[in-house]
Design a protein around this ligand. Structure first.
Ligand SMILES: [Zn+2]
Length: 558
């Protein structure tokens, strides 16, 4: 923006100088200087929830020319892009993409966590200081207040004196709220259940804008209450496992996990509009709404950069329910590819080819269904959480005389009661070490670390490096546990994520459009690199907790 104004001003000055008869030929500032920034009219930051990097390659032959293939072909593909911390889950993922830092700094240490100050479990985007807008439920009692640093979207707002618009959209509240930052004009998410409408929080506004009301009344969500069958004949989906198998979940009322999934029939037994989330229709509805926002909010219409954050949540719901290797996930990505083509086509038309910039990444990847891996002779399995809890309680009783020394646990971390330990005259560091040693003995637990280690050692590689980047001194626990690779504590159908293992960290990063080179790299890049890269492109300040580095090779200018 600034640069454009500057050039316009310069041109005016030069022209007036020339008209006054002064010779100013070949002015070096105009003809030779590298641009200071290449701010597009619109940035669209896309997060595909639970997208593994290999979904690009595995389904490549199924994709059309105008979606993923256009982003890769005309843009830049970072093939070795990773989360550099754990836990790899949705809240921390969305926060890290847009803040350029990790939970150690931005403080979003999980989707939910035990809050040491209040002794309560908290939700990453929950905030009961605000009320729902567009709903009578508590689904709108949200804000980004638990994210302690600024986002690239915040910095854009500050840089443009709040003239650049920022809007966040996702089915999931946290997928809309955290990327849009603290200063966003709006964040919208979808309340399923019997409502089936896009809502927001009084943090942003007192009433929904008319275009949102109109969209909600348009019947667009109801249009997706139709059977879900594969887009193409199911036998052509050679890149996934058999349609009916024991590794997939079934909707209530289904007797097989195979296609078709008859939504009208399953509607009432599966939470009404809620079921849309676990189908590719949830992504389509998200894009319908996002395009309505582009139109009504006139995003990318003037020279001041606007920023749309768009998170596709259904990929995660489908992955959790049916698994990484399912026909359902393949169909979901084939359809997402078409939605990306629809997005790009619309932006070409409304904003202009070459006038906008897109990046696409994920908030985490996912593990194949452990039961399937196990049946394929790969070491994998499920933690016996009931057994672990009983054995651990017995140990605490024996060692400390009470189980009360443990206050809570979340995200694989144990939170100790420092007051009780002090009363028992037990050194906290010793207690941490004793417990870490005990838990290491349990089947399925591969590594354990103490908070003391996180405080006192600078880890530079491997799992402890990722744990440390996810470790927030004010918020994280006393003992950290790491399951063996491909061991999880969830049910035996569907995929999950959250670990520091590479199957959860390896995600795509595609950049495309104004200011972005065509090309690819296999050099390791990390999630916190995205925000400073976009900041350089826009010529704005880096988010205030940034630890990532701009990825120089993707930028058309240096
Ligand atoms: Zn998930």
């Amino acid at each position: 923006m600034k640069k454009n104004h500057f050039l316009c001003l310069l041109a005016v000055v030069l022209m007036s100088s020339l008209s006054q008869g002064q010779k100013r030929k070949n002015d070096p500032i105009v003809s030779q200087a590298a641009p200071i920034a290449m701010a597009p009219k619109l940035v669209v930051g896309i997060v595909v929830d639970q997208m593994r990097y290999d979904y690009l390659t595995r389904f490549w032959d199924q994709y059309g020319d105008d979606g993923f293939k256009r982003l890769v072909g005309e843009g830049f593909n970072c093939k070795n892009h990773h989360y550099n911390y754990a836990p790899t889950s949705t809240g921390p993922g969305h926060a890290s993409v847009f803040t350029g830092t990790t939970p150690a700094t931005h403080g979003v240490i999980g989707n939910n966590w035990f809050d040491k100050q209040t002794g309560k479990d908290v939700y990453c985007a929950g905030d009961d200081n605000y009320t729902s807008v567009g709903s009578s439920s508590d689904a709108g009692q949200m804000s980004p207040h638990r994210m302690r640093t600024t986002t690239v979207t915040d910095e854009l707002r500050l840089h443009t004196q709040k003239r650049g618009k920022v809007i966040g959209i996702a089915l999931k509240d946290r997928g809309a709220i955290l990327p849009a930052g603290h200063t966003a004009n709006a964040a919208y998410w979808f309340e399923g259940g019997t409502l089936g409408k896009w809502i927001t929080s009084s943090y942003y506004m007192e009433a929904l804008p008319q275009w949102v009301v109109d969209f909600n009344n348009s019947g667009q969500a109801d249009a997706y209450k139709k059977p879900w069958n594969t887009l193409r004949p199911v036998h052509t989906y050679a890149e996934s496992g058999t349609d009916a198998n024991a590794y997939e979940g079934m909707f209530k009322g289904e007797t097989t996990s195979a296609f078709p999934h008859d939504l009208p029939q399953l509607w009432e037994g599966n939470g009404h509009y809620e079921i849309l989330k676990t189908t590719p229709y949830g992504n389509s509805l998200t894009l319908d709404f996002a395009l309505a926002a582009v139109e009504a909010e006139e995003l990318g219409k003037d020279l001041i950069t606007d920023f749309l954050t768009l998170s596709f949540s259904s990929t995660d719901y489908v992955g959790h329910f049916f698994g990484v290797n399912s026909k359902e996930i393949e169909d979901t990505y084939i359809r997402l590819d078409l939605e990306l083509a629809r997005l790009l086509g619309t932006l070409d038309e409304k904003v202009g080819k070459g006038e906008y910039t897109i990046f696409l990444t994920a908030d985490h990847a996912a593990l194949d269904v452990p039961a399937y891996l196990k049946d394929s002779k790969i070491p994998a399995g499920y933690l016996d959480m009931k057994g672990i809890r009983e054995r651990f309680a017995g140990y605490l009783q024996y060692k400390f005389g009470t189980t009360d020394v443990v206050r809570s646990h979340s995200n694989g971390q144990i939170f100790l009661d420092h007051k009780i330990l002090a009363n028992l005259d037990i050194d906290i560091q010793e207690a941490q070490e004793d417990i870490a040693r005990e838990l290491l003995d349990y089947p399925g637990i591969g590594q354990t670390y103490t908070a003391h280690q996180m405080w006192s050692t600078d880890f530079t590689q491997g799992i402890p490096y990722l744990l440390q980047k996810g470790y927030n001194q004010k918020r994280s626990g006393d003992v950290l546990t790491v399951p063996d690779p491909a061991f999880v504590s969830s049910g035996t159908t569907g995929s999950t994520h959250g670990s520091a293992q590479i199957y959860d960290t390896h995600v795509p990063l595609l950049l495309f459009g104004k200011g972005i080179k065509q090309g690819s790299t296999v050099h390791r890049t990390e999630i916190p690199d995205i925000a400073p890269t976009i900041s350089v492109l826009l010529g704005i300040a880096f988010p205030n907790g940034t630890i990532g580095k701009p990825i120089a090779e993707v930028l058309e200018f240096k």
